[in-house]
Design a protein around this ligand. Sequence first.
Ligand SMILES: [Zn+2]
Length: 229
Amino acid sequence: MFKLQWPDFPSPHWFARGLGGNHYGVMLADDTVKAEGNILKIKPDEHNGMIPCAGTELVILKERLYLIAEEKNLFEQQQLERQKLLQAQAQVMQEQYQKERHDRLVILEKKAHDNNSLLQIPVRWTSGFKPVLSGLSRNSSGTGENARSVTHILLLQDIDEGGFHRKANGFLCTTAKGSNGQMWTGHHDTYSSGINGHYVSEITCKQCLKIAKRWQGKMTGIKPELIKK
Ligand SMILES: [Zn+2]
């Protein structure tokens, strides 16, 4: 790396592209450099005292007190190496991110499967979400929980057990009266996405889980099923 003295009268070309940007010059025979319409004095390399041969192309960067020059070939090679290094670092980061994401998805799917397997629901069921009714904001489920973030047990068949009744296409936690007479339309089944496709989401509705305890230990429950779209 070489230092060049600013010329006494720098040509406007040095500032045409602002303070950044590279400039190009060429070594002349008398230890001077021609660049941007100026002739500049070059100082020998600080480490080895060398000065580039006449005809060597230089890349010149602006510093406040002086200019810095590097041989163009060397500069471009270093730039290429810097780029390669940055690309390699980006690649490592991306692979790490992918692996972490993969591991996270595997853990979430296993947790959903394990916890859902503990439920002994006597009829066919899947995971479901409550539609956000128009006119209500997302957080106005009344429980302080985000309606969207809670996953319910969605029954696919009626339950008629003594004094306990639920209709198909309703949640285990919600009686017909409990829905405020609001008729739900469409489908409310939901699923989660794992690395190998969709699976039944983990049930997180506290009320659904509480009610499901009435069949705890029966071992006659039906496994949840994924609704094909
Ligand atoms: Zn529920």
